[in-house]
Design a protein around this ligand. Structure first.
Ligand code: 1DF
Ligand code: MN
Length: 351
């Protein structure tokens, strides 16, 4: 079954793709420099050592597409019927950069560049702010600049920052800025830190195939179990790849979390106001980036909520027109399909 893909809502909904990546040349240059001078972690060597140097068609095409915020990207959106793309600086952003001044400079430049692209195509591009969590106060200020001056609608953080997680109290200024500006946080995957990556790397499982998902799912769980949503009840955290598998785990997570809390097994694991499933239904949003798979989407709609599951393509890493068609063809009530493709994104990004 095949059909034409058009923008403009000919199937009763606009398509808003919510996890779409771009890169800047100076960002890639630093990645490559770090791979070459030995300061990159193992995940960066695996991921960016591949994309930035491989002569394969996948790598060269992706590099070319990442760096374009104009004609080619818009043509690809037109050709796959993507009306609007929520763009973010590609993973791991500037988070592995050891020179913090350089990281902040590259993040700010990327934000300016994205703001220019948005100004040129305001009806097509939506922006998320890139930050350098290495400097939490600077990141908080950049989040405020993104919201107030650049018109951005969210913030993307690419999971851990040099092996550290956002539940560390030093990152609180970032959550304060999110709360003050009322923006969602998108936790995008990164390759696992050196403390975690070895058994995955030796099997080729460190990247988007698996390592991304388990590390990012763990990151969200760390935040939930530290009580981030009791501290910030209005905070919304988005995760891609069908919730990084957490929806499927929920029953066991709650059973074992409650057993652990009751037994006082870990000092860090305190009683929470809600169950983990409860937070998933009030504070977590899921996108189907990389998972054009009807049963998983329906399962997430069932356990996380119909208002909390959104469409994403993951351009340019997963640019597949037939996946858009498969999503169009899901056996799903028209109102729900419109929530999935359009109105949930409009609501949660405040469009
Ligand atoms: C890949 C996949 C790379 C995703 C990404 O950013 C990324 C990949 C560096 O296939 O190597 O965002 N993804 O979200 O699935
Ligand atoms: Mn992605």
């Amino acid at each position: 079954m095949t059909h034409e893909l058009n923008t403009g809502g000919d199937r009763g909904y606009l398509r808003i793709a919510t996890e779409e990546a771009f890169a800047t040349q100076e960002q890639i240059d630093v990645f490559l420099r770090m791979v070459r001078d030995g300061t990159a972690d193992k995940g960066m060597v695996s991921l960016w050592g591949f994309y930035a140097t491989s002569p394969s068609e996948r790598a060269t095409q992706i590099m070319d597409r990442l760096l374009d915020l104009g004609e080619q990207r818009l043509r690809h959106m037109d050709e796959t019927g993507i009306d609007r793309a929520v763009l973010a600086l590609t993973s791991p952003g500037v988070q592995p950069m050891l020179d913090v001044a350089e990281a902040k400079h590259i993040a700010a430049n990327a934000n300016d560049r994205l703001a220019d692209a948005r100004a040129a195509h305001p009806d097509r591009f939506i922006g998320m702010t890139a930050v350098a969590p290495q400097d939490p106060d600077w990141s908080a200020a950049e989040i405020r600049r993104g919201a107030a001056e650049l018109g951005f609608k969210g913030v993307q953080i690419n999971s851990h920052t040099q092996g550290e997680y956002l539940d560390d109290p030093k990152y609180d200024p970032i959550f304060r800025a999110l709360a003050d500006t009322g923006q969602p946080l998108y936790i995008h995957p990164a390759t696992p830190p050196d403390s975690m990556i070895d058994p995955m790397l030796e099997a080729g499982l460190d990247g988007a195939i698996f390592g991304f998902g388990v590390e990012t799912g763990m990151h969200l769980l760390r935040l939930i179990t530290i009580g981030i949503f009791d501290r910030y009840p209005d905070l919304q955290i988005m995760v891609g790849h069908m919730g990084e598998a957490l929806p499927y785990w929920l029953y066991r997570l709650d059973f074992m979390h409650q057993a652990g809390v009751r037994a006082n097994r870990y000092a860090r694991m305190k009683p929470l106001n809600k169950t983990i499933a409860g937070y998933m239904r009030s504070n977590v949003l899921v996108t189907n980036s990389g998972m054009a798979w009807e049963p998983a989407i329906k399962f997430a709609q069932q356990v996380v909520g119909e208002d909390r599951v959104m469409y994403a393509m993951d351009y340019p890493y997963q640019y597949v027109a037939d996946e858009v068609r498969a999503m169009d063809n899901m056996d799903m009530a028209p109102e729900l399909k419109k929530k999935f493709f359009q109105t949930n994104a409009e609501r949660w990004f405040g469009l």
